[in-house]
Design a binder for this molecule. Sequence first.
Ligand code: NAD
Ligand code: TYD
Length: 364
Amino acid sequence: MSGGTAPRFPRLLVTGGAGFIGSCFVRDVLARKDGTHITVLDKMTYAGNRANLAPAEADPEQAARLLFVVGDIADASVVAPLASEVDAIVNFAAESHVDRSILDPEAFLRTDVMGVHVLLEAARAEAERARRGERAGAPRMLQVSTDEVYGSVETGESREGDLLEPRSPYSAAKAAGELLVRSYFVTYGMDVVVTRGSNTYGPYHHPEKLIPLFITNAMDDQQLPLYGDGLQRRDWLYVADHAGAIGHVLAHGVAGETYNVPGDNERTNRDVVTALLDDLGKPWSLVRQVEDRPGHDRRYAMDGTRLAALGWTNRMPFERGLAATVEWYRANQDWWRAIKSGEWTDYYQRQYGARLAGSREAGR
Ligand code: NAD
Ligand code: TYD
């Protein structure tokens, strides 16, 4: 062990650790060099990418503390033995894209609901083993959830105790997953915590999402499909801040509690697109107004008092984070060009073919 204080959970199972936020968490925890060992369990769907862990795997000391397992969180035979060897489970694994949930909801139920159930059952079996004295303590489980479970928030800010009113198959599945987690605290007394993060952006973000899609399309002078009037509002959170907040809740969160993780950077989609085009030096004329997403949530916004009271503060202001993100996509074209091929071409056609064909000038 060479840096930092001894971790509360020295052995972690990080599910979905080859995705966008999970891989940032893994890279950042391993880079702390505090002796933490991480097993990543990832199904390697279209969103999983081993290259996201390359910086950790390139460092022999970090690579020695990382075990990579390809497998499904909904498969109990894979999950149970892995759970028996860790002190905590951090569940990032999910189908995560709203538009894909509208095209094909079933995968969302399998992973975001049944997958969570399988993880909880594995953790519960370990808690039983701890009660019988067969292991040192019960594992903690942190469920990574989303602000989208609150539904569209026209005014004000969602608090953790507010009603959950999800409106897309994605957010409904995420709500079901986190409610299961909560039920295991109430019913079985398990050590669980939930985080609800806001819209996250930064390096290694899959180009299906707004910011990386528009950056990479604009770099190639391709059209930018803005849904509806573009006045929907999102609260943007830099990925390292999101991953850091999750680590903070894992270490300090109260069992059974839920913590909002806001970015405190609320912007309309038009504002975001204007800023990224400025950073890229590309014209607004690339932006096309296309048919809106069905059931499109108008706004998300959360109150972050509970997380602040736990001692967490975000570090990255939006303008600096966006500029760093644009720079990363400029410098890592091999990474995103490899993703924008194969399966991507079919998806893009399905999602945007008719929309772009029927699009019009977005007007500034
Ligand atoms: P992502 O789509 O980039 O990554 C998801 C990862 O999970 C991928 O590596 C994928 O291969 C893996 N995966 C999918 N199904 C799996 C399964 N059945 N078993 C094992 N692995 C599986 O997603 P992300 O943006 O990194 O989001 C991570 C988590 O954070 C998700 O739970 C998401 O709901 C939540 N979240 C995301 C955001 C955001 O803005 N991206 C905001 C708030 C919360
Ligand atoms: P997205 O990145 O899909 O995140 P979420 O739906 O989880 O908030 O979208 C962010 C916002 O950008 C959302 O209001 C939808 C909008 N959007 C577009 O206008 N065009 C696009 O091509 C995409 C992917 C998103």
